[in-house]
Design a protein around this ligand. Structure first.
Ligand code: TRP
Length: 392
């Protein structure tokens, strides 16, 4: 993998993903402001994952919404390969699907592919994946899907529902198709070679079009599904893709079981979550003051931003603990022009850039009073060009 490049496939996500490049590579459509307003027309509310570009790309969502407007209903489908505990990266499309179900009153299908993970993971047994399927199903249900409108399919248990459709698919996908898409070799087991037919099957369970919210790494499967659909006289599924949620340590792949410290699981205790965030979360500041002076902060990553020169945003780190009780700032390291460099208790350095030079002194005084525990930062709100700090 070249240094400036990245990999996104159903089995491997690596590097710092450039999502505009990925849209070109995969041939999907970017979610435009026009499409966002169109969605809002039906939902009367914008979802934070749309506003923040967590869902960034789609296939045929315009068509699906146009048809919906003309009275054509659709249903929702997403899934999970149960190979471990659920983490917050998995929850993203599910949380969004729940919102879509509420807003559009749709049916929802959730596929748990215990067979897939048994085939793709060397050390997995069917017993383990079936067990994780049940555990993961509880996380899904807990999000509050309407029971009367929601069905969970576990491949090894509910294969009867899937098999006739999968058979139609399997007949129309030849080895060179899947090989070209997934890079299969002669020693790839034939379960994996067959698998795309199984992931395609739920798309055609209902006699209406489907919308699938999911992490973009799964797109290659559905590219095949969409190619085959017209050949069996079915509508092509509409897709909406979310970004791969990065590990706590920053953008270098995705949150995954191979890095437990930087991954937040639904099974973690509140105490564990707190520890992981305090210790491993990347806030956009550099690890120490030397590095920070050399490289500056990373304005895209800070969890609290301060409006800066030229309207460019610069991270403050949080300045406050996640539970809002403890203030993190431990020292003012330097003041250069309108930039105040502070260190946090974890010793990382952060710049706070104040808009007007005249305000520097007031702000430095304020921070000093926080360090001396005369004041506390209670809450920080990010507005268009400024931030509002509530002190206590
Ligand atoms: N292959 C997916 C995974 O490894 C599981 C899955 C099955 C899925 N059906 C899906 C994901 C539909 C998204 C949409 O996790």
């Amino acid at each position: 993998m070249p240094a400036d490049d990245f990999v996104v496939t159903p089995w491997n996500v690596e590097g710092d993903i450039d999502y505009d490049k990925l849209i070109k590579r995969f041939g999907t459509q970017k979610i435009t402001p026009e499409l966002l307003s169109k969605i809002e027309k039906f939902t009367n509310e914008s979802h934070f994952m749309l506003r923040r570009g967590i869902f960034f790309s789609h296939r045929d969502l315009n068509r699906l919404l146009d048809d919906y407007e003309k009275g054509k209903k659709f249903f929702l489908y997403t899934g999970r390969g149960p190979s471990g505990h659920t983490h917050i990266g998995h929850l993203v499309p599910w949380v969004f699907a729940k919102w879509l179900q509420d807003k559009f009153g749709t049916k929802m299908y959730f596929q748990l592919t215990d067979d897939e993970k048994f085939w793709t993971k060397q050390d997995m047994t069917l017993e383990k994946t079936s067990q994780f399927a049940l555990e993961n199903a509880l996380d899904f249900i807990a999000l509050g899907f309407k029971p009367e409108n929601t069905k969970i399919i576990i491949d090894t248990k509910n294969i009867k529902t899937l098999y006739p459709i999968a058979a139609e698919f399997a007949k129309r996908i030849n080895f060179s198709n899947t090989k070209a898409v997934f890079g299969f070799q002669n020693d790839t087991n034939i379960g994996m070679i067959f698998y795309t037919s199984l992931q395609s099957a739920p798309c055609f369970i209902e006699d209406m079009p489907v919308l699938i919210p999911f992490g973009v790494d799964q797109d290659p499967h559905f590219r095949i599904t969409r190619d085959i659909a017209p050949k069996i006289n079915k509508p092509k599924p509409a897709l909406i893709h979310n970004i791969m949620i990065p590990a706590l340590g920053g953008p270098k792949g995705k949150m995954s079981a191979s890095n437990e410290n930087e991954t937040i699981y639904t099974t973690d205790s509140a105490e564990t979550v707190k520890k992981k965030i305090n210790k491993y979360a990347f806030s956009g500041g550099q690890p120490d003051i030397e590095e920070h002076r050399k490289k500056g902060g990373n304005p895209d990553m800070g969890d609290v931003m301060v409006a800066a020169r030229d309207g460019k945003k610069v991270p403050l780190g949080t300045g406050i603990n996640k539970d809002g009780k403890d203030t993190f700032i431990s020292e003012i390291l330097n003041v250069v022009g309108n930039e105040i460099i502070v260190s946090l208790k974890d010793k990382s350095a952060h710049s706070i850039i104040v808009k007007d030079n005249q305000e520097v002194e007031t702000f430095v005084d304020f921070i000093q009073s926080v360090i001396e525990k005369e004041h506390k930062i209670l809450d920080v709100k990010i507005l268009e060009n400024s931030i509002e700090i509530h002190k206590g």
